[in-house]
Design a binder for this molecule. Structure first.
Ligand SMILES: [Fe+2]
Length: 288
């Protein structure tokens, strides 16, 4: 069933909508289609975050070529969106893969909207043993790491003590909207719900690769069934919309992403418990 349109103005910090630069939109037509679907989902501001590997910084010529391709793709997409009158702001960023010790992030095009926050990911979907050091390397270089889709790494669910330490050391967590819907399998779905239950998520984003639907609206509607589980915000009626949940949703989809782009500190949300997850959708895990 198609979800009702949301009233939350979404700022989406993670997307692969630049044409022909990575495994997202393959050409300008696909990129424009992706923008239209994000707008239908309630997105008013999106950051294009094409994949960029830290190891590329060790090869300056290739790095310069990659950034130049990002520049050209960004300019073509903004021009096409403007010409079509699309009501969506498109910002620059990248999804920075921590596959090398060097983390020179001085180029603002590598950071989220040119802020001090950087969307980072690990080199494989296995939680690396030196993850803490990699995140600290970003911090020590003067930037704020926003870890993309921690729920998708194999082993995160059994390593929540490590995740808590990353949080204490300044890392923030971005969870994919589709993880709540079971798109990436049972483990990612249950870890996403657990991170929500602990109040550890800073923002929710699409990680949209221009195929299928972004499902931000569906995830948002699902979260409306969540209930706060601690403090004064405890609700007596299970799985019914309430003001505290609605405020948390606005924080996750709008306020914290906006704060990040404005280079401001993020705020925490109350722990929220979701109803028992729906069964996963087999055959869709290959989507990034
Ligand atoms: Fe991504």
């Amino acid at each position: 069933m198609k979800p009702e349109p949301t009233s939350v103005r979404i700022t989406d910090l993670h997307s692969h909508v630049l044409p022909a630069v990575d495994d997202g939109a393959q050409d300008l037509d696909e990129a424009m289609g992706a923008l239209n679907r994000l707008i239908e989902n309630g997105v008013e501001r999106v950051v294009a975050t094409p994949h960029f590997r830290a190891s590329l910084l060790e090869r300056p010529a290739r790095e310069a070529d990659k950034i130049h391709r990002f520049d050209a793709a960004y300019q073509s997409l903004v021009a096409a969106a403007t010409a079509a009158g699309l009501e969506i702001a498109i910002e620059r960023g990248c999804e920075f893969k921590l596959d090398a010790p060097s983390v020179d992030l001085s180029d603002p095009r590598l950071r989220l909207g040119g802020s001090d926050y950087v969307l980072v990911e690990f080199a494989s979907f296995q939680l690396p043993p030196f993850a803490a050091n990699q995140l600290l390397g970003v911090r020590d270089a003067g930037w704020h790491p926003l870890l993309a889709h921690p729920e998708r790494y194999q082993g995160t669910g059994g390593a929540l003590d490590r995740v808590e330490k990353w949080l204490d050391e300044g890392t923030r967590l971005q969870v994919n909207a589709r993880s709540f819907l079971g798109w990436y399998g049972d483990e990612a779905q249950s870890v996403a719900a657990e991170l929500l239950r602990r109040g550890w998520i800073t923002c929710i984003a699409s990680d949209y690769h221009a195929r299928g639907r972004p499902d931000l609206d569906a995830a948002l509607e699902l979260l409306r069934r969540a209930i706060p589980t601690s403090g004064d915000a405890v609700q007596k009626t299970p799985h019914a919309p309430n003001d505290a949940t609605e405020q948390a949703i606005r924080t996750l989809f709008h306020e914290n992403p906006t704060r990040i782009l404005a280079n401001e500190p993020t705020v925490s949300v109350p722990p929220l418990a979701l109803p028992k997850p729906a069964s996963q959708k087999p055959g869709r895990r290959w989507f990034r």
